[in-house]
Design a protein around this ligand. Structure first.
Ligand code: SF4
Ligand code: SF4
Length: 363
């Protein structure tokens, strides 16, 4: 088998103090009572390490909402995994950063919604969030944790890319990830309010290129462009079931964050099956692994082992078939659906967000 598990994203909870309108969490959020117990998470961490996995990303929701986060960080350190806390920053201060560092945490990724405090707080849906993010990033840096700033960009903030890069440098970050919104989860609900214009995208790309030259050696700048303005899709998760696994708060093993939107896929529960067996044999991981499942035009395309046919969840959402070529690809027979969405967002932009909330949560 060519596939090897290198990274696990542990979605410890869907609880979060923020309400970002592009959140990748599913519309049906898991409740606290559905969350997997710490003992099960610790066992899964050890199993992943024994399979040769190298990284664990503690994610959510807001992982700091879990009372047992330090125990899980400790379990990861004992198992020899490089651990990364993906956080909104709310709840991270000098004391917590020191405790997590002592437990063995290696890296912190703090998200910012904008470089402008007022806009940041509006997008995050929480007043005062910007100041608390600054405190969190400073605390992580002061504690000696490696720091990445994550900036998800869209129509309301994409013109502030240079300021976000300056902010990352001022905070002592080693890396900034500037990621255009990916249109699944809550972002699909807010498409008309989020999609930037082509001109905005081009300007942001120029800004990133200029900053890379100006800050070469001082700051790593990762840049994720939106599929909807690209000619070819990205390799979603580096290819389905090739290198990564996401585990939902309730313990379901997923090939990607949004895989549960595919209704007829059978997902395994990490509480009842060994992780190695799930990785090798689970229907969810097998269905779109490799290239055998592909139809034309992917099947005979020279990029089939470059982008792996794009995103399966986007194919389902836009083409109605998770096994179809990602409609974001110009070669896809359904590409006109993406063009129509871009035209609608451009001609009839919305200024209002539907914020992420538990109102549609599973009970
Ligand atoms: S995207 Fe926003 S709302 Fe979603 S988990 Fe991250 S910080 Fe919370
Ligand atoms: S046809 Fe398929 S493999 Fe080829 S570029 Fe498009 S999505 Fe990728």
């Amino acid at each position: 088998m060519n596939e090897r598990l290198l990274a696990v994203t542990a979605e410890l909870t869907h609880r979060c103090p923020l309400a970002c309108p592009y959140c990748s969490n599913p519309l049906a959020l898991a409740r606290k009572r559905d969350e997997m117990a710490g003992g099960d998470w610790a066992r899964v961490i050890r199993e992943a390490a024994s399979m040769g996995c190298l990284h664990i990303h503690f994610s959510g929701g807001e992982p700091l909402a879990r009372g047992d986060l330090d125990d899980l960080v400790e379990a990861a350190a004992e198992a020899g995994l490089y651990s990364n806390l993906i956080t909104s920053g709310i709840g991270l201060n000098d004391t917590r950063a020191g405790q997590l560092k002592a437990a063995g945490l290696d890296h912190v990724q703090v998200s910012f919604q904008d470089s402008v405090p007022r806009s940041n707080d509006r997008i995050a849906g929480l007043k005062g969030a910007f100041a608390r993010k600054i405190e969190a990033a400073e605390a992580a840096h002061a504690a000696g944790l490696a720091l990445t700033i994550n900036a998800v960009v869209h129509r309301a903030n994409v013109e502030h890319v240079p300021e976000m890069i300056d902010l990352a440098i001022a905070l002592g970050a080693e890396r900034i990830e500037i990621a255009h919104v990916q249109y699944y989860g809550w972002a699909a609900e807010n498409h008309a309010a989020l999609l930037p214009t082509r001109a905005q995208l081009d300007r942001a790309t120029q800004d990133v290129e200029a900053a890379r030259m100006a800050h070469d050696g001082a700051l790593v700048i990762d840049y994720v462009v939106p599929d909807f303005h690209a000619a070819r899709p990205k390799a979603c998760m580096g290819g389905w079931g090739r290198r990564q696994m996401v585990i939902s708060p309730a313990g379901r093993a997923l090939p990607c964050h949004a895989a549960e939107t595919i209704p007829d896929l059978g997902f395994d529960d990490v509480r009842t099956k060994p992780l190695a067996e799930i990785w090798e044999r689970s229907e969810a991981f097998q269905r779109f692994r490799g290239t055998a499942w592909m139809t034309e035009p992917c099947r005979s395309c020279e990029r089939r082992e470059v982008d792996w046919g794009g995103c399966r969840c986007q194919a389902l959402a836009l083409a109605g078939d998770a096994g179809a070529t990602d409609p974001a690809c110009e070669l896809a027979p359904t590409h006109d659906r993406v063009l129509a969405l871009v035209a609608r967002a451009t001609d009839h932009p919305s200024a209002d967000y539907r914020y992420r909330s538990f109102s549609s949560a599973v009970t």
